[in-house]
Design a protein around this ligand. Structure first.
Ligand code: GTP
Length: 336
């Protein structure tokens, strides 16, 4: 359901809720996107989707704005001599410099939308610790109620150290973005997530599970588990299966609660910090463009030294400056 804000200052008359899907590779972000598109669509909610993973081959859901339509990550990899992860990061940074175009498209659609679902790359650090993640989160959060959905593969968390790694990631994302946060323990059709709830509610139980492991990571996790109690206490979490649809109702309800939290807790912060956030975002965009120019210069110098042509790089530079983000026509038709 669309949110009404009480703040006329912020001018968000009818606003879709943005759900940013973040999670480790294979946790089920794309499948959960698909599940939610189907579920929300069948309850006549209007859902819009954005894919921010430049390297994904197949998407499980119909996509409205796709980073792959404007940035060719293989070209980025080739021209800058990068490996796959570096190319994903650079591609997303370039896309983020033009994120105002995404905001423009969304603002035209916002009045008719209930949800905007955004899929991010499985290399969490690409989104969480790069300039692009900050630029994109800030751009969305100053405009729409924005919720982070952290997707966890429940089956992989059977190992308590994997669970702890996941939760430390979750904790760092929460503290970095400061946005309402929802942990979705996915794949509960494979294994129910009750044991994870127990570990979060009773750190001694997690301690027992960790005691069965003798690695350094296990003892590190054990000493940290008490400190994580505070984080778990305020954590909103649900169990879902993106494949069977189990837990979808609880998921939807948790998203709504998180959107209410956004209005109650984040909007007051926004009222004070909005200008600051926007200035920081602009500065980050300009810094990314300078990084890109420096990378281009390095690549050109190398090519000149090797006696190779720099024509291709000039064309890439032009493409980046003229980068246009558009929504896909076929899904525009679906929405009408
Ligand atoms: N059994 C089961 N499998 C699932 C579920 N959700 C996703 N999967 C499977 O897990 C695998 C990874 O799912 P994706 O949706 O591609 O995961 P992702 O997080 O988008 O992966 P990246 O794009 O690599 O970041 C696929 O084989 C899915 O079919 C689920 O709820 N239950």
């Amino acid at each position: 359901m669309a949110m009404e804000t009480s703040s006329s200052e912020l001018k968000i008359p009818k606003s879709p809720v943005v759900i940013l899907m973040i999670g480790m590779a294979g946790s089920g972000k794309s499948t959960l996107m698909h599940r939610m598109v189907v579920r929300l669509g069948s309850s006549s909610s209007k859902v819009y989707t954005v894919n921010l993973d430049p390297a994904v081959k197949n998407l499980a859901y119909p996509v409205n704005i796709d980073i792959r339509d404007s940035v060719n990550y293989k070209e980025v990899m080739k021209h800058f001599g990068l490996g796959p992860n570096g190319a994903i990061m650079t591609s997303l940074n370039l896309f983020a410099t033009k994120f105002d175009q995404v905001l423009n498209i969304l603002s035209k659609r916002a009045g008719e939308l209930d949800y905007i679902l955004i899929d991010t790359p499985g290399q969490i650090e690409v989104f969480n610790w790069s300039a692009s993640g900050q630029i994109i989160c800030d751009a969305l959060a100053v405009t729409y109620p924005t919720v982070i959905c952290y997707v966890v593969d429940t089956a992989r968390c059977v190992k308590p150290v994997t669970f702890m790694s996941n939760m430390l990631y979750a904790c760092s994302i929460l503290y970095k973005t400061k946005l309402p946060f929802l942990v979705s323990f996915n794949k509960i059709d494979v294994i129910p997530h009750d044991f994870l709830m127990e570990w979060m509610e009773d750190f001694e139980k997690l301690g027992e599970a960790l005691s069965r492991e003798t690695s350094y990571v296990a003892s590190l996790s054990k000493s940290m588990s008490l400190a994580m109690e505070e984080f778990y206490r305020n954590l909103r979490s649900v169990g879902v299966s993106a494949v069977t649809g189990a837990g979808s109702e609880a998921f939807q309800k948790a998203v709504q609660d998180a959107a209410v939290e956004f209005q109650e807790s984040y909007v007051p912060f926004l009222r004070e910090q909005r200008r600051d956030l926007e200035e920081k975002r602009q500065a980050a965009v300009e810094e990314q463009m300078r990084n890109f120019e420096r990378g281009m210069d390095r690549a050109k110098n190398k090519r000149s030294r090797d006696g190779a042509s720099i024509g291709e790089l000039d064309r890439l530079g032009e493409d980046v400056h003229n980068l246009t983000i558009e929504e896909r026509d076929d899904f525009m038709d679906d929405m009408d």
